[in-house]
Design a protein. Structure first.
Length: 353
């Protein structure tokens, strides 16, 4: 499990949930308000009583998923963010496992993620049917003898992407056409061994990262075709880039993610559908998700230890707003601009008013 491994490792210490209310006037003239003029109601998403939790993804009905600890183990969590006081429902591990985490949820309420004995041992990709807390293992036929694997995203058509270890022992990007389909290993960049698929869009476009022949990882997109998936296509680098990763894509083909410079500084990046760089948010920023309403979320002061969850307009990156105070990061946004993430060490939702 790679995408949120830093979260599971970094949130093991207790913290205090601190949410910052975001003021500002509403939009006028029937036009959608700018980000700066939007008001958000900050809502704590109650976990299972342990030290930390995180909201990772949210569908257009306000159903959010993520994970929380209960003092002894970590379990996948599901919240309805519009409830008066949202409380997590456990997305249970597979029988005999102690650990689970959910990373994606689609319009039908089907959640995907992983389950394992613990966070590091033999994790396997799973899904939870809508309204159910009982997981089902996704097929790994032909991939490996035993773990690990993980599912990171599911679209409205039930297509799923993630990663798994192949027969050579390499972690590679995986695509499942349906909940019951055998996995397809997506092509890698020439000369590379590692790849991972983090998000699948409504049209089947997949984004993630892949290793090239220089051993650096690069943000990539796999494009659906009549014969399966073409690619991956490496997204254009920014100046002085060492590595990059793509984490979300909208219905217009715009891709968001981040790039790390040779200096170690991280910058949020927006790529056009053709792979060219559209916008660079500048130093110490990260973009984690984009919706079809031209809004993006992630965080400012990236990797400084004082990260602040933020929302931006795609059209104007200067039109942005912080959501919660440091430390906080935003990971998911739906078409209604409802946002989920972590603040302090607790899951939160930011609901536009």
């Amino acid at each position: 499990m790679k995408k949120f491994g830093f979260l599971l490792a970094g949130l093991m210490t207790a913290g205090v949930l601190t949410l910052a209310g975001c003021g500002g006037g509403g939009g006028g003239g029937g036009e959608p308000p700018t980000v700066v003029a939007s008001t958000f109601n900050m809502v704590a998403l109650a976990g299972f009583g342990g030290d930390f939790s995180a909201g990772v993804a949210i569908n257009d009905d306000g159903l959010a998923v993520g994970f929380s600890d209960n003092g002894s183990s970590i379990k996948g969590a599901r919240w309805t963010v519009t409830d008066a006081s949202p409380v997590a429902t456990a997305l249970e591990p597979l029988s005999g496992n102690n650990y689970s985490a959910a990373y994606g949820v689609n319009a039908d309420g089907i959640a995907v993620g992983e389950s394992g004995v613990n966070t590091d041992t033999n994790t396997v990709a799973v899904f939870w049917p809508a309204g159910s807390s009982t997981p089902t293992e996704l097929s790994t036929t032909g991939l490996f003898a035993s773990g690990p694997s993980a599912a990171f995203s599911i679209n409205a058509d039930g297509e799923i992407v993630g990663e798994a270890v192949n027969a050579d022992g390499d972690t590679v990007a995986i695509y499942w056409e349906s909940l019951t389909a055998a996995p397809l290993i997506l092509d890698n960049l020439t000369g590379g061994d590692f790849s991972s698929a983090y998000f699948i869009g409504a049209d089947g476009g997949i984004v993630g990262e892949a290793e090239g022949d220089n051993s650096n990882t690069t943000a990539v997109v796999w494009v659906p075709s009549a014969d399966g998936y073409a690619g991956p296509k490496a997204l254009d680098p920014i100046a002085n880039q060492n590595s990059s990763v793509a984490l979300g894509v909208d219905n217009f083909g715009r891709i968001v993610g981040e790039a790390e410079l040779d200096s170690g500084v991280v910058q949020g990046v927006v790529w056009n559908a053709n792979g060219s760089v559209a916008k660079n948010l500048g130093a110490n920023t990260s973009l984690q998700a984009i919706n079809d309403s031209s809004r993006m979320v992630g965080y400012n002061l990236a990797l400084t230890g004082s990260d602040i969850s933020s929302i931006w307009s795609v059209a104007n990156i200067l039109d942005n707003k912080n959501l919660a105070v440091a430390f906080s990061q935003a990971y998911g946004i739906n078409a209604g601009n409802q946002v989920v993430g972590v603040s302090g060490t607790q899951a939160f939702a930011a609901l536009p008013q």
